[in-house]
Design a protein around this ligand. Structure first.
Ligand code: SF4
Length: 344
């Protein structure tokens, strides 16, 4: 999942007290301007999960700033990334505002409001120097810290590093940005990468995708520095693959979310395996799959559902690459992180 502003900077689950005021800039002026410019009468607002509770207040503020004939509608669909636009609501509105993620694909109708974190990354970056060798280093971060990226680069340069950055592919908006499903920005010419951001899963994916590099995590949210260790994660994935090796009936999930569809991947699995059944769905949850009498599942949608929520499903849930291993098409040591490229 792309880390959204709802989890980034949120210390409630860590047992730590909030150190930083959390005031997001909802960029109301930009929205009002678009509403007026387009003579919009219907406006859709989509928030990531943790910020949905702010929706009504944002709608109230916008109401007070625009004409009475403008109707604001809140999306109640789950939302974990810019891959996850509420297309139903979007089609029925003149302006559609997506909060909390940077654009995956621009469109005239959509206004993306990224909601940058206001956590200061530099104290924890200073701590991370103990784990880095002065020399070449790659720098990556999530969309929430992107507003400080140039400062981070300069800070590292002042510390004597040669900083390598790149913009990954179309799925990423910014240079140095990573998503939970795309680490192409770390494809740089350095043996070590500094990841600045909250959470463990992004850097784990990063370390799996670039096993030749040391990934140092400077987490300004939880205030810790760690070095990504993929061993535990790999063990969990191998265990799932092993469990699925005897499977006969496979459920192949095709996710209908706009930025999560990998039709070719799903189709090729079903074409090659008479015991594989294509299942289409938007939200992939254990409850929704429980009634399917399958021995195992392959998820062609968001890779993080497979890796982060995998153990909660009643049957093994594999990535497409892991499926190939489980059915014997690929060797066990080809196990790699599932990534997503391009948009729609
Ligand atoms: S598909 Fe990628 S961007 Fe979308 S929720 Fe999953 S990890 Fe995040």
């Amino acid at each position: 999942m792309s880390q959204d502003a709802s989890t980034e900077g949120d210390l409630r689950n860590t047992g730590m007290s909030l150190k930083h005021d959390r005031e997001w800039d909802y960029e109301l002026d930009r929205i009002v301007e678009a509403v007026e410019e387009r003579d919009a009468t219907k406006v859709g607002l989509q928030f990531p999960e943790g910020l949905k509770r702010r929706g009504p207040a944002v709608a109230d503020d916008l109401r007070s700033l625009t004409d009475d004939d403008v109707t604001y509608m809140l999306s109640g669909q789950p939302c974990y990334g810019a891959c996850d636009l509420d297309t139903y609501l979007m089609r029925r509105t003149d302006v559609f505002v997506h909060f909390g993620h940077s654009p995956m694909k621009e469109s005239d109708k959509i206004i993306y409001v990224p909601l940058f974190s206001n956590v200061d990354p530099f104290p924890i970056m200073a701590d991370s120097l103990d784990e880095l060798d002065v020399g070449d280093v790659g720098l990556v971060t999530t969309a929430q810290h992107m507003n400080r990226f140039e400062e981070m680069r300069e800070w590292l340069e002042d510390e004597g590093f040669t900083v390598h950055t790149r913009k990954g592919d179309d799925r990423l908006t910014h240079e140095g940005q990573v998503l939970g499903c795309n680490y192409a920005s770390a494809d740089i010419d350095a043996d070590q990468v500094l990841y600045v951001g909250g959470g463990k899963f992004h850097p784990l994916g990063l370390a799996m995708e670039h096993p030749d590099k040391t990934v140092v995590i400077a987490d300004p949210v939880n205030n810790v520095v760690t070095v990504a260790d993929t061993e535990q994660f790999m063990k969990q994935r191998y265990a799932s693959v092993h469990k699925a090796m005897d499977a006969e009936k496979w459920g192949v999930i095709f996710c209908t979310k706009i930025g999560q569809g990998r039709w070719d991947v799903a189709e090729s699995i079903v074409e090659d395996n008479d015991n594989a059944y294509l299942i289409t769905m938007d939200e992939v949850t254990p409850d929704r799959l429980r009634n399917f009498d399958m021995d195992a599942f392959v998820n062609t949608g968001c890779p993080r559902i497979t890796t982060d929520d995998g153990p909660q499903f009643h049957k093994p849930m594999l990535t497409p690459g892991e499926y190939r291993i489980a059915v014997g098409d690929e060797p066990l040591d080809s196990l790699s992180f599932d990534t997503f490229h391009g948009t729609w």
